[in-house]
Write a protein that binds this ligand. Structure first.
Ligand code: HEM
Length: 213
């Protein structure tokens, strides 16, 4: 988790928020992106370049799977700028400075809200939640940043098509999922749960405990 000393400097990053502090550059999940050595070499202001150059250091060699305790929820959310010339208005439609990066930072700072981890893929964001009840509570609680952005979106956008927003919610029962990561850094569920190395023969069917088809 991000300590006070880590939040001294917020820098730009395509995954929205990155903190640079004494122990290196970390993302809002608290995952280490770069070692202090890399930051020293590249300066935090160009952390993206540094991240690309140093990425090899974070790759887990071989085959890995991800495990997570109990049932969980996958929430996929995205935005679409349907009129690129209206990008500034779309930014405001989507919450402005209190939009997605702000919400994610808020959730990471309040782990009791139930966000287990997330990953950004451009304007799409895959999130892993402890339960649907946690997710719904965050969406509706007037003390959390979402409900205002939700209200504001329909008020501002109405029937204009300039700013699209979508989401999908999947409830996943314990053991009814599988994952494989070959020579990858922590990705997807591997960021929300724990990565486990795989040894010997395995397949998606075996990981799902399905009988041979
Ligand atoms: C961490 C980020 C976010 C989470 C977890 C989240 C979650 C949710 C959930 C669970 C709902 C469904 C609520 C319900 O019907 O009971 C919802 C609806 C909605 N969200 Fe978000 N949201 C996030 C970010 C945003 C952002 C950045 C916007 C930008 C304006 C936004 C706009 C909306 C809108 C407009 C709806 C209502 C859609 C409708 O039913 O008409 N959300 N969100």
């Amino acid at each position: 988790m991000i300590g006070d000393r880590e939040t001294r400097q917020t820098i730009w990053h395509p995954e929205f928020l990155v903190y640079s502090g004494p122990s290196g550059v970390i993302d809002v999940n608290g995952s280490r992106l770069l070692t202090r050595e890399c930051v020293t070499v590249f300066r935090p202001q160009i952390a993206l370049t540094a991240r690309m150059v140093c990425a090899m250091a974070r790759v887990n060699p071989g085959r890995w799977t991800a495990e997570i305790e109990g049932d969980f929820v996958v929430f996929i959310i995205g935005a679409r700028l349907n009129s690129p010339l209206k990008a500034i208005r779309s930014f405001a439609d989507l919450g402005g400075r209190r939009g997605m990066p702000y919400m994610l930072k808020h959730l990471i700072q309040h782990p009791d809200k139930g966000l287990l981890g997330y990953q950004n893929f451009g304007l799409t964001n895959v999130q892993y939640w402890r339960s649907f009840e946690h997710l719904e509570a965050f969406a509706k609680d007037p003390n959390d940043p979402h409900s205002a952005a939700w209200r504001q979106y329909w008020k501002r956008v109405g029937n204009s098509t300039r700013s699209g927003i979508w989401h999908e919610t999947f409830l996943v029962r314990a053991g009814e999922y599988e994952a494989i990561y070959g020579n990858m850094p922590a990705t997807g569920l591997g960021r929300a749960g724990r990565l486990v190395p795989i040894s010997g023969s395995t397949s998606a069917r075996k990981r799902l405990h399905r009988k041979a088809g």
